[in-house]
Design a protein around this ligand. Structure first.
Ligand SMILES: Nc1ncnc2c1ncn2[C@@H]1O[C@H](COP(=O)(O)OP(=O)(O)OP(=O)(O)O)[C@@H](O)[C@H]1O
Ligand SMILES: [Mg+2]
Length: 571
């Protein structure tokens, strides 16, 4: 909760002003029935029209004051709550940007999107409710009760007892509804995840003709949410009958006792009229308060989910005095073991020790799931090792600042992404100040120049979100060009050329070798044949290095490598 309140920031004034204005408006509102008593007693009963006009004009002024203050109160509360929501969204976004891969694994993308959007909206609505109802309403109820006491002490006791009974009954309903709401929001989250997953993967759903079965799964999730809301609404439906019943009893009591008092001259007709108006006012305030509580209870789950992200520390942070210069592209693993925080708890890399010289071209091969991606992720510090050290350019990766690592190590991930924008926009992610010549050169090295030349707008061709309007191989070449533009000291390609034909892939490797002899090139591939000409090849098997040598030597010494080669030859 503290981390949410910290986001009030520049809206402190609005947060104070809104309740103050609304309390003011509530107090003026509650004074109006008092004027009614004067109009009845001094005006209508005495047949005195000037008294009616006198108190009537007071009534008008008070009503206008109440309205004006309420108007300001609502404007301030709207500013405060939407400002708070904007600040929370910004803070969440910034926090997510700082997150390392292990933080992201913990939440999952769709959950983070839901927290940024619907959860923040829930908090905004809750803040609006608190500001508009939670100060004004109790103040108005208490003030109304004080005024009724002044009208008639004993009769006001009937009203106070009625209010207390309603308060007890309604708090019981509210406490139960909070628990139900919590469950509804868990189901709601499930529904969100389902939508996100399905819409993102709609092409796969269609290609497997899974529309029908996916719809069933969705219907089930939607049904759970519907049932949950029906359960809450059923409970909340008791609010009205409870209120009305208590109200009726209260009125019967007030009218019965009030009539007796009037008959013995202890009370005037005007006082009773005022009294009944107050009773109405108090009850309607209570009803509003109950609805607000119910609405607020629905946002508790959102507050918890947003706070969780805001208070989560990024798993990877820069050291105190970071190294900001990478001497060369050498890489060394020394007794490295690693496991994923959100995984099975078992090491996916076990006691890895190896050394790569700057400028070498290294291939990494191994069966799927043998931890090839996990190994290279440690070089650019996407994850931290659990044991041992990873040294780059002679320093432990944990000694560098993140910017240096990101600048000097380019990774083309297995699941790489392009963003909506032009070809040039996407390329410049690698180097914002790159000239068109530099971009063209990077595209030539990545063999992307040919297909860009065929596009109508060439470098200004618009790419849709995720690169949807490009072929798989075009996407991969553009991602490679983007990575090369940085002129990194280490280039890591994680199965990043898999969609290219072997001739283009070989051409790219030759260009990389000839044009960037000082750049260390680490290439993961499923096609063993395509890295036979690498300087050395790392063979991984179930998270262990079982061979690290040239193709010829591995053929002699490494059984696993021979198996991979013969399996490839059979295909
Ligand atoms: N983010 C993650 N959280 C938990 N476990 C993971 C994560 N990523 C990978 N793993 C696990 O780590 C192991 C190694 O996975 P990794 O992706 O490194 O294999 P790989 O050799 O790159 O496979 P592929 O050839 O299919 O890309 C697998 O058992 C996988 O289940
Ligand atoms: Mg992989």
């Amino acid at each position: 909760m503290k981390s949410i309140l910290q986001q009030v920031k520049q809206y402190k004034k609005e947060f104070v002003a809104a309740p103050l204005f609304l309390i003011g408006s509530g107090l003026f509102e509650t004074m109006i029935p008092l004027m009614t008593t004067h109009i009845v007693d001094d005006g209508i009963e005495q047949n005195n029209i000037s008294e009616v006009l006198h108190w009537g004009s007071f009534m008008l002024i008070f009503a206008l004051l109440a309205l004006t203050l309420a108007l300001f109160g609502y404007v301030f509360s709207a500013k405060a709550s939407s400002g708070l929501a904007a600040n929370i969204r910004e803070a969440l976004f910034r926090r997510i940007q700082q997150f390392s891969f292990s933080n992201l694994d913990k939440y999952g993308v769709s959950s983070l999107v839901a927290r940024e959007t619907s959860d923040v909206t829930n908090i905004q609505n809750a803040a609006q409710t608190v500001l508009t109802q939670f100060f004004k309403t109790p103040a108005a109820v208490i003030y109304s009760l004080i005024l009724t006491m002044q009208l008639n002490m004993r009769l006001s006791m009937v009203l106070i007892i009625g209010v207390l009974i309603i308060a007890i009954l309604l708090s019981f309903i509210i406490i139960k509804s909070i628990a139900l709401y919590r469950q509804v929001y868990v189901d709601y989250d499930e529904l969100n995840n389902k939508i996100q997953e399905n819409v993102t993967g709609i092409r796969v759903v269609k290609s497997f003709a899974r529309e029908e079965s996916e719809s069933h799964v969705f219907d089930k999730a939607a049904g759970m949410v519907r049932d949950g809301f029906v359960r809450v609404e059923k409970l909340l439906a008791f609010n009205n009958p409870v209120m009305m019943l208590s109200l009726e009893f209260c009125f019967i009591g007030i009218a019965w006792i009030g009539a007796k008092y009037i008959s013995v001259g202890e009370m005037t007709t005007g006082d009773l009229t005022g009294f009944i108006t107050y009773a109405f006012q108090i009850m309607s305030y209570m009803a509003m308060l109950v609805l607000s509580f119910a609405q607020l209870s629905s946002s508790f789950a959102s507050i918890k989910r947003v706070t969780e992200v805001l208070e989560d520390e990024a798993a990877i942070r820069d050291p105190e005095n970071p190294v900001c210069h990478m001497a060369d592209g050498s890489v060394e693993f020394s007794h490295v073991s690693f496991r994923y925080g959100e995984g099975s708890g078992k090491n996916v890399l076990e006691d890895i020790t190896l050394s790569i010289r700057s400028g070498e071209m290294i291939g990494i091969v191994g069966a799927t799931g043998s931890s090839k991606t996990s190994l290279v992720n440690l070089i650019s510090r996407l994850y931290d090792v659990n044991e041992g050290h990873v040294l780059v350019g002679g320093h432990d990766v944990r000694e560098y600042d993140a910017d240096t690592l990101m600048r000097d190590i380019s990774v083309v991930l297995q699941k790489n992404l392009l963003f909506s924008g032009t070809v040039l926009d996407n390329l410049k992610w690698g180097k914002p100040d790159a000239s068109l010549e530099e971009c063209a050169e990077a595209c030539r090295q990545a063999c992307a120049d040919t297909f860009i030349a065929e596009k109508k707008e060439r470098y200004d061709e618009v790419i849709e979100q995720g690169g949807a309007n490009l072929s798989g191989g075009q996407r991969q070449r553009l991602c490679l060009a983007r990575a090369l533009l940085k002129k990194p000291k280490i280039l890591i390609l994680d199965d990043a050329l898999s969609a290219l034909d072997t001739a283009t892939e070989a051409k790219i490797r030759t260009t990389l070798r000839e044009d960037s002899p000082d750049m260390t090139k680490i290439i993961i591939t499923q096609r063993v044949a395509s890295i036979q000409d690498a300087d050395r090849i790392i063979v991984l098997d179930k998270g262990r290095v079982c061979g690290f040598d040239t193709h010829e030597n591995l053929l002699k010494s490494c059984g696993e490598y021979r198996d991979l080669c013969s399996a490839a030859a059979m295909n």
